[in-house]
Design a protein around this ligand. Structure first.
Ligand code: GLU
Length: 306
């Protein structure tokens, strides 16, 4: 069976080549606009210790919105169900950085994976954790069992300079009393968490706890409870892929999270974590080739959850 993952990833690497031409890199963040879009990597880690990777799997990239899963995990650990007073759990059906819905829903974001929701989650952590940026990075390092995970502060600065829309989201929430701290300070942490860099191999490792009932198999640490793991996976399935989450569920069938850096990571609960990276994005902001690669992965018989 494990041998199949090798065959499947090798086959995907071959078949994905024509798709690397497609999609556009995220150019609204200048630091991401210069990335070569023809790159591709894929990495699988099973909960019982097997791993296999293909392509540019050692090359670090910006994890962007994938960081929202880590901050949600931290917030759920610290505050439990309290967080649901400030953010909902429904797909938004709108762009990840849309302002419109937030206005008519009184500053309560639809879910923790759109930008507004993630900013609220970061705000809640900021209220309770000193040195918030370092705490978030350290949490990620522990998940991967690797102390070399870093933030790219150039990317973070670039996001700050051009982050007018996130600024608007934060200000709107502040006007509805749903942001407790200084807007600039919270956004600085938010941009820092988005600018964490990881390679595809480490990204796949970092989600193993979500495939393993909340226990990180690399360290045996219980990161979150089984119940919380189930909840995070459910949120990824319903809200993890921007406003094409339904299409992703239809094509891939796994809970996952994407970022505009071109990474997508998904889990098969009880079995494995799989990460892909390719910077060309489709119209919704998901990696074009990455989505196709994951579709092939589950199509080629890798224990789809269904
Ligand atoms: N830092 C990005 C932003 O706030 C995250 C976007 C994403 O990956 O969805 O616009």
């Amino acid at each position: 069976m494990k041998q199949n993952y090798k065959l499947i990833l090798d086959r995907i690497l071959e078949e994905i080549q024509p798709f690397l031409e497609k999609g556009e890199v995220a150019n609204y963040i200048p630091a991401l606009a210069n990335v070569d879009k023809k790159q591709f990597a894929m990495s699988v880690h099973t909960v019982d210790g097997f791993s296999y990777s293909v392509g540019d799997y050692e090359k670090p990239f910006s994890i962007q919105s994938i960081s929202k899963v880590f901050t949600l995990t931290l917030a759920m650990k610290k505050f439990g169900d309290e967080i649901w007073k400030r953010v909902k759990r429904e797909p938004s059906g709108t762009a990840f950085n849309s302002l419109v819905q937030l206005e008519y829903e009184n500053g309560i974001p639809r879910n923790p994976f759109i930008n507004a929701g993630a900013i609220v989650i970061t705000d809640s952590i900021f209220s309770n954790v000193k040195d918030t940026t370092n705490n978030i990075v350290q949490f990620v390092r522990n998940l991967v069992n690797n102390q070399n995970i870093q933030i790219n502060f150039e990317t973070s600065k670039s996001e700050q300079e051009y982050g007018h829309r996130n600024m608007a989201l934060a200000s709107l929430m502040k006007s509805f009393n749903n942001l407790n701290n200084n807007i600039n300070q919270v956004l600085e942490v938010y941009f820092n968490q988005c600018s964490i860099e990881m390679n595809c191999k480490n990204l796949s490792k970092s989600f193993l706890y979500l495939a393993n009932k909340g226990v990180n198999p690399l360290t045996n640490e219980q990161v979150i409870t089984i119940r919380q793991t189930k909840r995070i996976n459910a949120l990824m399935l319903t809200c993890g892929l921007y406003d094409s989450v339904g299409d992703f569920a239809y094509r891939v069938g796994l809970p996952g999270k994407s970022g505009v850096g071109g990474g997508i990571v998904a889990v098969i609960p009880g079995t494995l974590s799989v990460a892909v990276w390719s910077p060309g994005l489709n119209k919704s902001g998901n990696s074009f080739a990455g989505t196709k690669a994951l579709e092939l992965f589950t199509t080629y018989g890798c224990n789809s959850i269904f």
